[in-house]
Design a protein around this ligand. Structure first.
Ligand code: GRF
Length: 194
């Protein structure tokens, strides 16, 4: 079974998934592999990391397409070359069209850096600080047509500390993302098997 991971940036969640799949041997046990990493940005740092792990990479620049629909159609063609059982969004900073989401229904996961349903969308850490939240966190969820609102698979909670900047809180949340996302992916693949 194949997994395709979509990224836009540093790809640290992607790296955590690759690392866990190898270290915890679930890739072997579940007979899955990360077949490809696709980025909408040519300069995404995660591409080099994927290549260093022997994973195929591709870049599809959204700016080369006239519409969201055209980009998503081309992205689907790229992804479907690998016939994935699971598509993992890991810091993929594009809003997906309903057609794309429907095409991968039941096999599309995302991680969002807030305790959903609180703070969907962007700037989650600053918004949590501004709201006076004492806790923040991250959520792994299935992707549905409603942005950041699909069924929740896993969450991690971290404290918001006095004097936190958005960057400080983001870093604290990110360390937890790296723990819960690989676990949630493995768990999801297990349930797909049964
Ligand atoms: C993560 O915080 C993710 O939740 C958010 O963007 C960040 C991506 O980090 N959507 P990385 O590319 O996995 O390092």
């Amino acid at each position: 079974k194949n997994i395709v991971i979509l990224i836009s940036g540093s790809g640290s969640n992607m790296g955590a998934i690759l690392h866990a799949a190898e270290q915890e041997r679930w890739a072997e046990r579940l007979n899955v592999r990360v077949a490809a990493v696709i980025s909408n940005k040519a300069d995404a740092q995660g591409l080099a990391l994927a290549q260093s792990q022997g994973v195929a990479t591709a870049v599809l620049d959204h700016k080369a397409f006239a519409s969201r629909e055209a980009f998503d159609a081309a992205l689907m063609v790229q992804i479907d070359q690998f016939s994935p059982s699971l598509v993992v969004l890991a810091g993929f900073m594009r809003i997906l069209t309903p057609g794309f989401v429907a095409h991968y229904a039941g096999r599309l996961l995302n991680i969002h850096p807030s305790l959903l349903p609180a703070f969907p969308g962007l700037n989650t850490h600053q918004r949590a600080i501004d709201a006076g939240c004492k806790f923040a966190g991250a959520t792994v969820h299935q992707v549905t047509a409603d942005l950041d609102h699909g069924p929740i698979l896993a969450q991690a909670v971290v404290p918001v500390l006095a004097g936190d900047t958005a960057a400080m809180l983001a870093a604290r949340v990110l360390t937890q993302e790296h723990l819960i996302y690989p676990r949630a992916v493995a768990q999801f693949l297990r349930t797909q098997n049964t």
